[in-house]
Design a protein around this ligand. Structure first.
Ligand SMILES: *[C@@H]1O[C@H](CO)[C@@H](O)[C@H](O)[C@H]1NC(C)=O
Ligand SMILES: *[C@@H]1O[C@H](CO)[C@@H](O)[C@H](O)[C@H]1NC(C)=O
Ligand SMILES: *[C@@H]1O[C@H](CO)[C@@H](O)[C@H](O)[C@H]1NC(C)=O
Length: 301
């Protein structure tokens, strides 16, 4: 009698926990991810290891830039790394998510950043390196699956590393170096709005290059005005003001009605969004932001 009862309970539990991670991923329709996992031989791991899998939808793979798709298709070691970045050992449930926590991925030395944001209806949702969780907590016999709307990329360095690697941020790098802000940029957690070199050229054309003192107070305050203490991935951004590191001064974020584009202070367009960094996220902008104290209208008025 007792034995039969235990057997019945065990059956119910195993039903509730579903199939293996591979079977659950297939049920969720994530065929692209499964094909890629198979291609690099990681599908076996999903049958045997005890894992949390962050599973991009087929649409997430279709939405990748051509460049990234080509790199993943042509370079198996990059593909393997990206796929390993989509899993963590053990069970991570939606209820375990705390804003800005970092979790170890299966890609050595690469952590996934967890964020929680409110949507327009004040409902909380979770992102992982900016990828939004579409369906959370799908239990498998050997782990748990969260379906996500983007392919996550491991960060290639901190803000300063990424700006130094970039071909279009030479002026920003000089500004950071002249202001003595290398360490600050390496360690400050949050969001960096990174103006391109042409954004700086436009500023110089307007106010005269000699009038821009990178090392002076205006340069320092302007640099700090480009960084938010909050890690703001585009999926979590809403219309509103956000506090910067410049003495708490706020900048204004405006999201288009369709949600596909963003402007900062009603003048700078975000032209590349969501570049992951170990200390947060970078968005590339096409104009240099200016704190209120240094805007021409303020100085004149
Ligand atoms: C394309 O990808 C390669 C390799 O990852 C990278 O070096 C290059 O900068 C990328 N090009 C663009 C336009 O993103
Ligand atoms: C794959 O990418 C890695 C890292 O960028 C690089 O070192 C390696 O040479 C690439 N391999 C091929 C076959 O392109
Ligand atoms: C943000 O505000 C702008 C201007 O007021 C408006 O046009 C836009 O639709 C708003 N965006 C969202 C996502 O509500």
């Amino acid at each position: 009698m007792a034995l039969r009862f235990i057997f019945a309970v065990a059956c119910v539990i195993s039903l509730a926990r579903g199939g293996t991670l591979v079977e659950e991923a297939a049920k969720l329709g994530a065929t692209t991810a499964l094909d890629l996992l198979k291609q690099v031989g990681l599908d076996k791991t999903l049958e045997t290891d005890y894992l949390t899998l962050f599973l991009p939808t087929n649409q997430a793979f279709a939405d990748m830039s051509d460049n990234l798709s080509k790199t993943l298709a042509s370079n198996e070691s990059v593909l393997t790394g990206v796929l390993l970045f989509h899993a963590t050992s053990g069970i991570f449930r939606a209820q375990d998510a705390v804003d800005d926590m970092l979790i170890e991925s299966k890609l050595p030395a690469s952590k996934i950043r967890v964020n929680t944001y409110d949507d327009a209806n004040n409902a909380v949702f979770i992102t992982l390196n900016g990828a939004k969780v579409l369906q959370a907590d799908v239990l498998a016999s050997n782990g748990i699956v969260h379906l996500i709307d983007r392919v996550m990329l491991p960060p290639l360095g901190n803000f300063y590393d990424l700006i130094s690697m970039s071909d279009i941020h030479k002026t920003l790098k000089k500004l950071i170096d002249d202001a003595g802000f290398q360490q600050l940029i390496q360690t400050s957690k949050g969001t960096l709005f990174a103006p391109t070199d042409s954004a700086f050229e436009a500023l110089f054309a307007r106010v005269g290059r000699d009038n821009v003192d990178f090392a002076g107070l205006a340069g320092k305050e302007s640099t700090l005005y480009h960084i938010l203490p909050k890690v703001l991935y585009s999926s979590g951004a809403m219309n509103g003001t956000y506090t910067t590191y410049n003495m708490g001064e706020k900048l204004t974020v405006t999201i288009s009605a369709d949600g596909n584009s963003a402007m900062i202070d009603n003048m700078a367009n975000v032209i590349v969004s969501d570049i992951p960094a170990t200390n947060g996220v970078i968005h590339v902008i096409d104009k240099v932001l200016v704190p209120k104290a240094y805007r021409p209208d303020t100085i004149v008025g």
